[in-house]
Design a protein around this ligand. Structure first.
Ligand SMILES: [Zn+2]
Ligand SMILES: [Zn+2]
Length: 70
């Protein structure tokens, strides 16, 4: 197990641990959920996409109507 010395996040894979420390830790996430009431943010576009699909099941219809783009 690898724990980030800065934020305490733990990783089982050394690769993801290094990736986190070097690229993500202390850097604000750059992808935000386009649903205004939702606070979800992520460093990775694919995570945001997954979130939108999993959590906002009506996204396709709503998103189109409101002009959101992923
Ligand atoms: Zn960290
Ligand atoms: Zn959301």
């Amino acid at each position: 197990m690898y724990a980030c010395p800065r934020c305490g996040k733990t990783y089982t894979k050394q690769n993801s641990y290094y990736y986190h420390v070097k690229k993500f830790c202390g850097i604000p996430p750059s992808f935000f959920c386009p649903i205004p009431a939702c606070q979800f943010k992520s460093h990775l576009k694919c995570n945001l996409k997954k979130h939108v699909i999993n959590v906002h099941t009506n996204f396709d219809r709503t998103g189109e109507r409101l002009g959101y783009k992923l």
